[in-house]
Design a protein around this ligand. Structure first.
Ligand SMILES: [Zn+2]
Length: 284
């Protein structure tokens, strides 16, 4: 995989270099074709899977425009978090472009619930997420985490949180030819009682932090940074995607603002004001 610099109005695009003509797949909510286990983007019959951790890293580093060349149907899983991608992006550097960023500022509350899961967004001058998860498992139980977006807190408190799963599911997936590369090197794996990874957890509440990491990856699919207060209870890629489609389809729900207008609000956390791309290609 190579993350390449791109023009200021490109957005985030995947390029399948192993397919004839190297077709491009835009990373936006309208090209999400599957949300089982991971987010898959597709156009015609060309797909790219497991995009969410890389998209989260790009959102975390406030990178708006890149072309991501991949020679396989899947983004490398790395260690199951977004930290290796953050490391790559910081390694090559990020450069501001001439165009100003525009933000979607949430104007009215939206609320979705489905089968005991819930996701709401309300007006705010910054991007914040409160997430709760509940698992009937002794290591997880109920976890709650609130995150207000800024780059250094993303890197420190969110990017290292790994994806997680249960041994019984890994067995089931592998019997069905999925997650064949799944191992203790790229996920937190639990049996019915405890974490099986020798080094344990990176944060005591790594599970809910990873849900926020995933959520920020899904937010990146909206296409512009958002100023809004999200509250999620057991939400996943599918509910996130449904809410974002509704949000974009409802002109009463948002207003496009410049960072200057946003910064005029006293409680706004400073965000990058110009669009940005990577300084040089980054290879994983
Ligand atoms: Zn994830």
């Amino acid at each position: 995989m190579t993350i390449r610099p791109a023009e200021a109005d490109t957005g985030i695009m995947f390029k399948r270099t192993d397919r004839p003509g190297s077709p491009l797949i835009p990373a936006d909510v309208f090209h999400v074709v599957d949300t089982n286990f991971s987010t898959t983007l597709g156009m015609d019959d060309i797909t790219i899977s497991t995009v969410e951790h890389l998209l989260s890293a790009l959102a975390g580093m406030e990178v708006d425009n890149v072309i991501i060349e991949v020679d396989a149907p899947e983004v490398p899983i790395m260690d199951g978090s977004s930290a290796p991608f953050v490391f790559l992006i910081r390694g090559v550097g990020v450069v501001s472009q001439r165009q100003p960023r525009r933000f979607y500022k949430v104007k009215r509350k939206l609320n979705l619930s489905h089968n005991g899961t819930r996701l709401t967004v309300a007006p705010s001058n910054q991007l914040s997420i409160n997430f709760t998860i509940e698992f009937n498992h002794p290591v997880i139980r109920r976890q709650d985490y609130s995150f207000t977006f800024n780059q250094s807190d993303y890197i420190k408190h969110i990017s290292r949180a790994r994806t997680f799963g249960f041994m019984r599911d890994v067995r089931y997936l592998q019997e069905n030819n999925l997650a064949l590369g799944g191992s203790l090197d790229n996920a937190v794996i639990m049996d019915d009682y405890c974490v099986l990874n020798e080094d344990g957890l990176r944060y005591p509440d790594e599970f809910v932090r990873h849900k926020i990491l995933d959520f920020l990856g899904d937010v990146a699919l909206v296409g512009r940074p958002i100023l809004g207060a999200f509250s999620a209870h057991k939400s996943g890629h599918e509910l996130n995607n449904t809410l974002f489609r509704q949000f974009l389809a409802d002109p009463q729900a948002w207003q496009l603002v410049t960072p200057q207008a946003a910064a005029a609000q006293a409680d706004t956390v400073q965000r990058r004001v110009a669009r940005a791309t990577v300084k040089q290609p980054a290879v994983a």
